[in-house]
Design a protein around this ligand. Structure first.
Ligand SMILES: NC(=O)c1ccc[n+]([C@@H]2O[C@H](COP(=O)([O-])OP(=O)(O)OC[C@H]3O[C@@H](n4cnc5c(N)ncnc54)[C@H](O)[C@@H]3O)[C@@H](O)[C@H]2O)c1
Length: 357
Protein backbone atom coordinates (compact mmCIF):
# COMPACT_ATOMS: atom_id res chain seq x y z
CA UNK A 1 0.00 0.00 0.00
CA UNK A 2 1.28 3.47 -0.95
CA UNK A 3 0.06 6.68 0.62
CA UNK A 4 0.48 10.37 -0.06
CA UNK A 5 -0.20 12.99 2.58
CA UNK A 6 -2.17 15.80 1.03
CA UNK A 7 -3.32 19.08 2.59
CA UNK A 8 -5.11 17.48 5.52
CA UNK A 9 -6.05 14.07 4.26
CA UNK A 10 -4.49 10.85 3.06
CA UNK A 11 -4.48 9.43 -0.46
CA UNK A 12 -4.31 5.65 -0.23
CA UNK A 13 -3.18 3.55 -3.23
CA UNK A 14 -4.38 0.05 -2.59
CA UNK A 15 -5.89 -2.53 -4.92
CA UNK A 16 -8.10 -4.12 -2.23
CA UNK A 17 -9.64 -0.90 -0.79
CA UNK A 18 -9.53 -2.52 2.67
CA UNK A 19 -8.42 0.81 4.15
CA UNK A 20 -11.79 2.27 3.20
CA UNK A 21 -13.46 -0.26 5.49
CA UNK A 22 -11.20 0.64 8.41
CA UNK A 23 -11.64 4.36 7.64
CA UNK A 24 -15.42 3.98 8.05
CA UNK A 25 -15.22 1.66 11.05
CA UNK A 26 -12.94 4.06 12.93
CA UNK A 27 -15.58 6.82 12.68
CA UNK A 28 -19.14 6.79 13.89
CA UNK A 29 -21.03 7.93 10.82
CA UNK A 30 -24.80 7.99 11.15
CA UNK A 31 -25.18 6.75 7.59
CA UNK A 32 -23.06 5.94 4.54
CA UNK A 33 -24.29 6.91 1.08
CA UNK A 34 -22.57 6.01 -2.18
CA UNK A 35 -22.96 8.30 -5.20
CA UNK A 36 -22.60 6.53 -8.55
CA UNK A 37 -23.49 7.17 -12.16
CA UNK A 38 -25.16 4.51 -14.31
CA UNK A 39 -21.82 3.15 -15.52
CA UNK A 40 -20.03 3.11 -12.20
CA UNK A 41 -23.07 1.42 -10.67
CA UNK A 42 -22.65 -1.36 -13.23
CA UNK A 43 -18.86 -1.65 -13.35
CA UNK A 44 -17.50 -0.28 -10.07
CA UNK A 45 -20.12 -0.77 -7.40
CA UNK A 46 -19.70 -4.58 -7.42
CA UNK A 47 -16.00 -4.11 -6.59
CA UNK A 48 -16.86 -1.72 -3.76
CA UNK A 49 -19.61 -4.00 -2.52
CA UNK A 50 -17.18 -6.94 -2.45
CA UNK A 51 -14.88 -4.88 -0.23
CA UNK A 52 -17.46 -3.43 2.10
CA UNK A 53 -19.26 -6.78 2.29
CA UNK A 54 -21.41 -7.15 5.40
CA UNK A 55 -19.15 -4.85 7.37
CA UNK A 56 -20.59 -1.56 6.14
CA UNK A 57 -24.17 -0.99 5.01
CA UNK A 58 -24.93 1.88 2.68
CA UNK A 59 -27.59 3.55 0.51
CA UNK A 60 -27.06 4.38 -3.15
CA UNK A 61 -27.76 7.57 -5.11
CA UNK A 62 -27.45 7.35 -8.88
CA UNK A 63 -27.07 10.08 -11.50
CA UNK A 64 -26.89 9.88 -15.29
CA UNK A 65 -23.32 9.80 -16.62
CA UNK A 66 -21.57 12.51 -18.60
CA UNK A 67 -20.36 16.09 -18.45
CA UNK A 68 -23.73 17.39 -19.68
CA UNK A 69 -25.18 16.27 -16.34
CA UNK A 70 -22.61 18.03 -14.15
CA UNK A 71 -25.11 20.75 -13.37
CA UNK A 72 -27.32 22.21 -10.68
CA UNK A 73 -30.36 20.09 -11.64
CA UNK A 74 -28.49 16.92 -10.77
CA UNK A 75 -27.26 18.48 -7.53
CA UNK A 76 -30.86 19.23 -6.58
CA UNK A 77 -31.71 15.60 -7.30
CA UNK A 78 -28.90 14.34 -5.05
CA UNK A 79 -29.67 16.85 -2.24
CA UNK A 80 -33.32 15.75 -2.40
CA UNK A 81 -32.35 12.08 -2.15
CA UNK A 82 -30.10 12.81 0.83
CA UNK A 83 -33.08 14.51 2.50
CA UNK A 84 -35.33 11.58 1.61
CA UNK A 85 -32.79 9.22 3.19
CA UNK A 86 -32.88 11.39 6.30
CA UNK A 87 -29.14 12.07 6.02
CA UNK A 88 -27.92 14.27 8.88
CA UNK A 89 -24.69 16.21 9.29
CA UNK A 90 -22.90 13.10 10.47
CA UNK A 91 -23.49 11.18 7.23
CA UNK A 92 -20.65 10.17 4.90
CA UNK A 93 -20.87 10.47 1.12
CA UNK A 94 -18.63 8.15 -0.94
CA UNK A 95 -18.21 9.45 -4.49
CA UNK A 96 -17.60 6.41 -6.68
CA UNK A 97 -16.93 7.52 -10.23
CA UNK A 98 -15.00 9.62 -12.67
CA UNK A 99 -14.38 13.37 -12.47
CA UNK A 100 -18.03 14.19 -13.01
CA UNK A 101 -19.11 12.20 -9.96
CA UNK A 102 -16.18 13.35 -7.79
CA UNK A 103 -16.70 17.04 -8.77
CA UNK A 104 -20.48 16.98 -8.41
CA UNK A 105 -20.48 14.76 -5.32
CA UNK A 106 -17.82 16.91 -3.65
CA UNK A 107 -19.91 20.02 -4.33
CA UNK A 108 -23.12 18.40 -3.05
CA UNK A 109 -21.38 17.20 0.13
CA UNK A 110 -19.66 20.52 0.75
CA UNK A 111 -23.00 22.36 0.71
CA UNK A 112 -25.51 19.84 2.13
CA UNK A 113 -26.40 20.99 5.66
CA UNK A 114 -23.36 23.31 5.40
CA UNK A 115 -21.05 20.41 4.71
CA UNK A 116 -20.86 16.69 5.40
CA UNK A 117 -17.82 14.41 5.17
CA UNK A 118 -17.04 12.86 1.81
CA UNK A 119 -14.40 10.53 0.44
CA UNK A 120 -13.39 10.13 -3.18
CA UNK A 121 -13.06 6.75 -4.84
CA UNK A 122 -12.08 7.80 -8.37
CA UNK A 123 -12.67 5.22 -11.08
CA UNK A 124 -11.17 6.73 -14.25
CA UNK A 125 -7.51 7.44 -14.94
CA UNK A 126 -8.35 11.12 -15.28
CA UNK A 127 -10.06 11.31 -11.92
CA UNK A 128 -7.35 9.23 -10.25
CA UNK A 129 -4.53 11.49 -11.40
CA UNK A 130 -6.31 14.78 -11.42
CA UNK A 131 -9.97 15.35 -10.67
CA UNK A 132 -10.01 14.39 -7.02
CA UNK A 133 -6.67 15.98 -6.05
CA UNK A 134 -6.76 19.43 -4.57
CA UNK A 135 -10.26 19.85 -3.22
CA UNK A 136 -11.82 21.69 -6.14
CA UNK A 137 -15.47 20.71 -6.31
CA UNK A 138 -17.80 22.08 -8.92
CA UNK A 139 -20.43 22.05 -11.59
CA UNK A 140 -20.91 23.71 -14.98
CA UNK A 141 -23.42 26.43 -15.79
CA UNK A 142 -24.47 28.18 -18.95
CA UNK A 143 -21.91 26.16 -20.97
CA UNK A 144 -19.12 27.40 -18.70
CA UNK A 145 -16.97 24.76 -17.06
CA UNK A 146 -16.76 24.56 -13.27
CA UNK A 147 -18.03 28.11 -12.69
CA UNK A 148 -19.93 27.12 -9.55
CA UNK A 149 -17.99 25.32 -6.85
CA UNK A 150 -16.04 25.29 -3.63
CA UNK A 151 -12.57 24.45 -2.36
CA UNK A 152 -13.37 21.61 0.03
CA UNK A 153 -10.98 18.79 0.84
CA UNK A 154 -12.27 15.22 1.06
CA UNK A 155 -11.68 13.27 4.28
CA UNK A 156 -9.64 10.73 2.34
CA UNK A 157 -9.10 9.31 -1.14
CA UNK A 158 -8.84 5.63 -2.10
CA UNK A 159 -7.27 4.66 -5.40
CA UNK A 160 -7.46 1.20 -6.90
CA UNK A 161 -6.43 0.43 -10.48
CA UNK A 162 -8.90 -2.50 -10.40
CA UNK A 163 -11.56 -0.05 -11.59
CA UNK A 164 -9.65 0.88 -14.73
CA UNK A 165 -10.12 -2.44 -16.58
CA UNK A 166 -13.63 -1.54 -17.75
CA UNK A 167 -12.69 1.84 -19.24
CA UNK A 168 -12.59 2.07 -23.02
CA UNK A 169 -9.45 3.27 -24.81
CA UNK A 170 -10.89 6.73 -25.42
CA UNK A 171 -11.49 7.25 -21.71
CA UNK A 172 -8.05 5.86 -20.85
CA UNK A 173 -6.41 8.31 -23.26
CA UNK A 174 -8.42 11.16 -21.80
CA UNK A 175 -6.67 10.45 -18.49
CA UNK A 176 -3.31 10.12 -20.18
CA UNK A 177 -3.59 13.76 -21.32
CA UNK A 178 -3.47 14.93 -17.71
CA UNK A 179 -0.55 12.61 -16.88
CA UNK A 180 1.40 14.09 -19.79
CA UNK A 181 0.44 17.57 -18.56
CA UNK A 182 1.90 16.85 -15.13
CA UNK A 183 5.15 15.87 -16.86
CA UNK A 184 5.15 18.99 -19.04
CA UNK A 185 4.68 21.42 -16.15
CA UNK A 186 6.79 19.76 -13.49
CA UNK A 187 8.74 16.66 -14.44
CA UNK A 188 10.50 15.94 -17.72
CA UNK A 189 11.04 12.25 -16.73
CA UNK A 190 7.27 11.77 -16.33
CA UNK A 191 6.71 13.42 -19.72
CA UNK A 192 9.29 11.15 -21.38
CA UNK A 193 7.75 8.06 -19.76
CA UNK A 194 4.16 8.98 -20.62
CA UNK A 195 4.39 10.53 -24.04
CA UNK A 196 4.43 7.32 -26.10
CA UNK A 197 2.94 4.93 -23.58
CA UNK A 198 0.25 2.45 -24.62
CA UNK A 199 -2.83 2.95 -22.46
CA UNK A 200 -2.74 -0.63 -21.13
CA UNK A 201 0.73 0.12 -19.74
CA UNK A 202 -0.50 2.94 -17.48
CA UNK A 203 0.11 1.41 -14.06
CA UNK A 204 -0.16 2.29 -10.40
CA UNK A 205 3.41 3.65 -10.37
CA UNK A 206 2.74 6.21 -13.11
CA UNK A 207 -0.57 7.21 -11.50
CA UNK A 208 1.22 7.58 -8.15
CA UNK A 209 3.98 9.74 -9.67
CA UNK A 210 1.41 11.89 -11.41
CA UNK A 211 -0.58 12.41 -8.21
CA UNK A 212 2.68 13.31 -6.43
CA UNK A 213 3.19 16.17 -8.89
CA UNK A 214 -0.26 17.62 -8.44
CA UNK A 215 -0.10 17.12 -4.68
CA UNK A 216 3.24 18.88 -4.42
CA UNK A 217 1.86 21.88 -6.30
CA UNK A 218 -1.42 22.18 -4.41
CA UNK A 219 0.27 21.81 -1.03
CA UNK A 220 2.27 24.93 -1.82
CA UNK A 221 -0.80 26.89 -2.92
CA UNK A 222 -4.15 25.30 -1.95
CA UNK A 223 -6.34 28.23 -3.08
CA UNK A 224 -4.65 28.89 -6.45
CA UNK A 225 -3.15 32.27 -5.62
CA UNK A 226 0.11 31.56 -7.43
CA UNK A 227 1.98 28.34 -8.35
CA UNK A 228 -1.17 26.17 -8.46
CA UNK A 229 -2.06 28.06 -11.63
CA UNK A 230 0.53 25.97 -13.54
CA UNK A 231 -1.92 23.05 -13.36
CA UNK A 232 -4.08 25.03 -15.76
CA UNK A 233 -1.60 24.64 -18.61
CA UNK A 234 -3.67 23.75 -21.69
CA UNK A 235 -6.93 24.45 -19.88
CA UNK A 236 -7.69 28.02 -21.02
CA UNK A 237 -8.04 26.98 -24.65
CA UNK A 238 -8.97 23.41 -23.64
CA UNK A 239 -11.96 24.37 -21.47
CA UNK A 240 -13.25 26.70 -24.20
CA UNK A 241 -13.04 23.98 -26.83
CA UNK A 242 -14.59 21.44 -24.43
CA UNK A 243 -17.53 23.79 -23.69
CA UNK A 244 -17.89 24.56 -27.41
CA UNK A 245 -17.89 20.87 -28.31
CA UNK A 246 -20.41 20.03 -25.55
CA UNK A 247 -22.92 22.50 -26.89
CA UNK A 248 -22.38 21.82 -30.64
CA UNK A 249 -21.23 18.24 -31.25
CA UNK A 250 -23.31 15.08 -31.22
CA UNK A 251 -20.36 13.15 -29.84
CA UNK A 252 -18.54 15.81 -27.78
CA UNK A 253 -14.85 15.76 -26.96
CA UNK A 254 -13.87 14.19 -23.65
CA UNK A 255 -12.17 16.45 -21.12
CA UNK A 256 -8.68 15.06 -21.79
CA UNK A 257 -9.13 15.23 -25.57
CA UNK A 258 -10.03 18.92 -25.32
CA UNK A 259 -7.12 19.57 -22.96
CA UNK A 260 -4.71 17.76 -25.32
CA UNK A 261 -5.76 20.11 -28.11
CA UNK A 262 -5.51 23.04 -25.68
CA UNK A 263 -1.96 21.99 -24.79
CA UNK A 264 -0.89 22.13 -28.46
CA UNK A 265 -2.25 25.68 -28.72
CA UNK A 266 -0.75 26.73 -25.41
CA UNK A 267 2.62 25.14 -26.26
CA UNK A 268 2.54 27.37 -29.32
CA UNK A 269 1.81 30.39 -27.06
CA UNK A 270 4.64 29.21 -24.77
CA UNK A 271 6.99 29.45 -27.74
CA UNK A 272 5.57 32.83 -28.78
CA UNK A 273 5.36 34.51 -25.36
CA UNK A 274 7.66 32.49 -23.09
CA UNK A 275 10.91 30.58 -23.63
CA UNK A 276 9.75 27.22 -25.01
CA UNK A 277 12.15 26.24 -27.82
CA UNK A 278 10.92 25.35 -31.30
CA UNK A 279 12.31 21.80 -30.84
CA UNK A 280 10.27 21.27 -27.68
CA UNK A 281 7.18 22.81 -29.29
CA UNK A 282 7.53 20.30 -32.13
CA UNK A 283 8.01 17.41 -29.70
CA UNK A 284 4.89 18.33 -27.68
CA UNK A 285 2.80 18.91 -30.80
CA UNK A 286 3.71 15.51 -32.28
CA UNK A 287 3.06 13.76 -28.95
CA UNK A 288 -0.52 15.00 -28.78
CA UNK A 289 -1.22 14.60 -32.50
CA UNK A 290 -0.12 10.97 -32.32
CA UNK A 291 -2.04 10.11 -29.15
CA UNK A 292 -5.30 12.00 -29.79
CA UNK A 293 -7.81 12.41 -32.63
CA UNK A 294 -7.69 15.66 -34.58
CA UNK A 295 -10.53 18.11 -33.86
CA UNK A 296 -11.81 19.85 -37.00
CA UNK A 297 -12.96 23.48 -36.80
CA UNK A 298 -13.04 26.59 -38.93
CA UNK A 299 -12.11 30.16 -38.05
CA UNK A 300 -15.81 30.99 -37.81
CA UNK A 301 -15.88 29.49 -34.28
CA UNK A 302 -13.10 31.77 -32.96
CA UNK A 303 -15.45 34.52 -31.65
CA UNK A 304 -17.35 31.95 -29.59
CA UNK A 305 -14.13 30.38 -28.29
CA UNK A 306 -12.72 33.79 -27.35
CA UNK A 307 -15.94 34.67 -25.53
CA UNK A 308 -15.69 31.44 -23.54
CA UNK A 309 -12.05 32.20 -22.71
CA UNK A 310 -13.03 35.68 -21.54
CA UNK A 311 -15.09 34.01 -18.81
CA UNK A 312 -12.15 31.92 -17.64
CA UNK A 313 -11.52 32.16 -13.90
CA UNK A 314 -7.82 32.99 -14.45
CA UNK A 315 -8.49 36.31 -16.18
CA UNK A 316 -7.75 39.68 -14.69
CA UNK A 317 -8.84 43.11 -15.89
CA UNK A 318 -10.40 41.53 -18.99
CA UNK A 319 -7.08 40.07 -20.15
CA UNK A 320 -6.94 36.34 -20.87
CA UNK A 321 -4.50 34.65 -18.50
CA UNK A 322 -2.35 31.64 -19.32
CA UNK A 323 0.11 29.32 -17.64
CA UNK A 324 2.83 28.76 -20.22
CA UNK A 325 5.81 26.45 -20.43
CA UNK A 326 9.30 27.75 -20.10
CA UNK A 327 10.70 24.38 -21.13
CA UNK A 328 9.49 20.80 -20.77
CA UNK A 329 9.18 20.28 -16.99
CA UNK A 330 8.92 23.96 -16.10
CA UNK A 331 5.89 26.25 -16.30
CA UNK A 332 5.26 29.94 -15.54
CA UNK A 333 1.93 31.58 -14.77
CA UNK A 334 0.16 34.93 -15.07
CA UNK A 335 1.13 35.45 -18.70
CA UNK A 336 -1.47 37.39 -20.62
CA UNK A 337 -2.05 36.87 -24.35
CA UNK A 338 -3.76 39.17 -26.82
CA UNK A 339 -6.66 37.98 -28.95
CA UNK A 340 -4.46 37.93 -32.03
CA UNK A 341 -1.90 35.68 -30.26
CA UNK A 342 -4.69 33.28 -29.32
CA UNK A 343 -5.99 33.27 -32.88
CA UNK A 344 -2.47 32.46 -34.13
CA UNK A 345 -2.40 29.52 -31.71
CA UNK A 346 -5.78 28.23 -32.95
CA UNK A 347 -4.53 28.64 -36.53
CA UNK A 348 -1.33 26.75 -35.64
CA UNK A 349 -3.37 23.72 -34.50
CA UNK A 350 -5.44 23.82 -37.69
CA UNK A 351 -2.35 23.46 -39.87
CA UNK A 352 -2.03 19.84 -38.64
CA UNK A 353 -5.19 18.63 -40.34
CA UNK A 354 -4.61 15.13 -41.66
CA UNK A 355 -4.49 16.25 -45.29
CA UNK A 356 -1.93 18.96 -44.49
CA UNK A 357 0.45 16.54 -42.80
N1 LIG B 1 -11.73 18.99 -9.62
C1 LIG B 1 -10.65 19.01 -10.37
O1 LIG B 1 -9.58 19.46 -9.95
C2 LIG B 1 -10.71 18.45 -11.76
C3 LIG B 1 -9.52 18.26 -12.48
C4 LIG B 1 -9.59 17.70 -13.76
C5 LIG B 1 -10.82 17.35 -14.29
N2 LIG B 1 -11.95 17.57 -13.57
C6 LIG B 1 -13.27 17.21 -14.13
O2 LIG B 1 -13.33 15.81 -14.36
C7 LIG B 1 -14.32 15.56 -15.34
C8 LIG B 1 -13.81 14.53 -16.32
O3 LIG B 1 -13.55 13.36 -15.61
P1 LIG B 1 -13.67 11.92 -16.30
O4 LIG B 1 -12.92 11.88 -17.55
O5 LIG B 1 -13.36 10.94 -15.24
O6 LIG B 1 -15.21 11.90 -16.74
P2 LIG B 1 -16.50 11.10 -16.32
O7 LIG B 1 -16.73 11.13 -14.86
O8 LIG B 1 -17.59 11.62 -17.19
O9 LIG B 1 -16.15 9.59 -16.72
C9 LIG B 1 -16.04 9.23 -18.09
C10 LIG B 1 -17.02 8.11 -18.45
O10 LIG B 1 -16.53 6.89 -17.91
C11 LIG B 1 -17.55 6.24 -17.14
N3 LIG B 1 -16.85 5.50 -16.11
C12 LIG B 1 -16.29 5.98 -14.98
N4 LIG B 1 -15.58 5.01 -14.39
C13 LIG B 1 -15.71 3.89 -15.15
C14 LIG B 1 -15.16 2.58 -15.06
N5 LIG B 1 -14.31 2.24 -14.10
N6 LIG B 1 -15.50 1.69 -16.03
C15 LIG B 1 -16.31 2.05 -17.06
N7 LIG B 1 -16.83 3.29 -17.21
C16 LIG B 1 -16.52 4.19 -16.26
C17 LIG B 1 -18.44 7.35 -16.67
O11 LIG B 1 -19.73 6.90 -16.37
C18 LIG B 1 -18.43 8.28 -17.88
O12 LIG B 1 -19.36 7.82 -18.82
C19 LIG B 1 -14.62 16.90 -16.01
O13 LIG B 1 -15.88 17.35 -15.54
C20 LIG B 1 -13.52 17.80 -15.48
O14 LIG B 1 -13.93 19.15 -15.39
C21 LIG B 1 -11.92 18.10 -12.32
Amino acid sequence: MLTIKSIDYKVVFEESLNSLVSFIQQRSYSQVIVLVDTNTREYCLPILQETLGDQVSFDIVEVDPGEENKNIDYCVGVWQTLLDFGADRNALLINLGGGVVTDLGGFVASTYKRGIDFVQVPTTILSQVDAFVGGKTGIDMDHLKNVIGTFTQPKSVFISTRFLNTLNTRQQKSGLAEIIKHGLIFSKPIYEKAKNIATDKIDQELIFQSVEVKNEVIKQDPKEKNIRKILNFGHTVGHAIEAYSLSHDKDPLLHGEAIAMGMICEAYLSHLLNDLSSEELEDITQTFLQQFPFYEYSASIYPELLKLMQNDKKNQNHEIGFSLLNSIGKCDYNIYASESDIISALDYYKTFREDNR
